[in-house]
Design a protein around this ligand. Sequence first.
Ligand code: SAM
Length: 218
Amino acid sequence: MHLKDDYRQRGLRKKLVDLLRQKGISDERVLAAINKVPRHFFFDTALLQHAYQDKAFPIGEGQTISQPYTVAFQSQLLRVKPGDKILEIGTGSGYQACVLLEMGATVYTIEYNRKLYEGTRDFLPGIGYEPYFFYGDGSKGLAAKAPYDKIIVTAAAPVVPDELIKQLKTGGILVIPVGDLEKQQMLKITKVSESQVQTDEYDYFSFVPLKGERGWEK
Ligand code: SAM
């Protein structure tokens, strides 16, 4: 293990934050959180040089740790406030959950791949991050712990699952990439009232597929 965070890694992280700012991320609380989470802890020693590049990276099981810009973009759309109760669908490496925790949120995170779920559940508390971990199909949300202030989907969805809107509080925000398997448009859906939503459309991204009942495959 290489769990040290010295001036070199902190310097690289600061450069990554500067790059994200240049790319248009303006929420200082998001940038501060990215400046704090040691992304290199999520990489094998041999791959450390990739940790602070603005790129997605394979984490095994055919899955990825999202690109820092994507994590920052989604986190910014969520308008995270300290104390927010957030559901993350697609735990993966746990990096996105750490960013939300650094912003003061309480995080519920669900993962469909058992190996990734177990690996991340066992790893994150040891580096000081403690979301609530769940194993299962998150394409229908996590009704048992609803309602949420915010929901973030970190895999490509074919549609916006109704269940996710239901599980939001009024005034809550869902951030979800929706499209085909090649590219997806980032949507921010605000639950304006019990029966009304407002949808804002943003750039296109490329995520791994959301699986499960409301996803691409079971
Ligand atoms: N948020 C992650 C991170 O910070 O590393 C990146 C997530 S990765 C791009 C997408 C993740 O969604 C994968 O780990 C995948 O196994 C998971 N996933 C796919 N379908 C899912 C589902 N129906 N429920 C929960 N997780 C799912």
